[in-house]
Design a protein around this ligand. Structure first.
Ligand code: CU
Length: 236
């Protein structure tokens, strides 16, 4: 995954690694036992001597049960621990205690950069608006100058889609609303995603560090054309 936020790249790799390890053990075990302990045609009693409706208590194995309870528990604690920093970045508050400071004054730049731990740090941020509805996105640059934020249309697979152009080195905070059902903005290159719920305002950080161009998707099933609810985002 080619992302401009290494913090999320790292956690993607970690989660993929553990998914493959756990998947290999679980499915390996399942298929092995399904074939190995299969009753042969006409065999009676079968290899396990199982009786319908009777729990086979004599096969109880306390060590095995403790193992498959304790090991996954340790793994879950570990995964929660490594998710802490990315979650903190996704839900960073505004103001001096957050990663992106307060709203930029006119003419002020975010001057964002990637810190040693992979998270993006900014001096200040710019506010933009995103509104979702079945089945398209609408952007609002509010009073930002064109250089910081501009909107037109781009052809995506032969269809015109909204196109948001942002500036590299600037950090944006999207104020998001929906006029009908629940949607979700998914920005793969920023590593972040957040629901948009009707009747509620939600927020999403868009730390545009390096030049990139990607499709913003809807990540919450919202009806027939959910899959086509896309927009082009370009950071230059
Ligand atoms: Cu949607």
């Amino acid at each position: 995954m080619d992302s401009i936020t290494p913090l999320f790249d790292a956690i993607w790799d970690d989660y993929m690694f553990w998914s493959i390890v756990v998947g290999a053990i679980a499915f390996g075990w399942l298929y092995h036992h399904s074939y190995f302990y299969r009753a042969k045609e006409g065999e009676s009693p079968n290899i396990d001597d199982l009786e319908v409706g009777v729990f086979p208590k004599e096969y109880d194995n306390l060590k095995l049960e403790v193992t498959w309870t304790v090991l996954p528990f340790i793994l879950i604690v570990w995964l929660t621990y490594i998710s802490w920093a990315p979650l903190d970045a996704v839900w960073s508050q505004t103001g001096p205690d957050g990663y992106h400071g307060s709203e930029c004054a006119e003419g002020q730049s975010s001057n964002n950069f990637i810190a040693a731990n992979g998270s993006v740090i900014s001096e200040c941020y710019h506010e933009i608006g995103i509104e979702g509805q079945q089945w398209f996105w609408e952007f609002d640059c509010y009073d930002l100058v064109d250089e910081l934020c501009s909107i037109d249309y781009a052809a995506v697979e032969g269809e015109l889609k909204p196109h948001l152009m942002l500036k590299a080195g600037e950090t944006y905070l999207a104020t998001m609303t929906s006029i009908d059902v629940t949607h979700a903005v998914k920005n793969p290159d920023f590593g972040m995603m957040e629901d948009i719920v009707p009747g509620q305002v939600t927020y999403l950080w868009m730390p545009a560090v390096g030049e990139t161009s990607f499709l913003m998707l809807c990540a919450e099933y919202c009806g027939d054309n959910h899959a086509y609810m896309i927009a082009q985002i370009t950071v230059e």
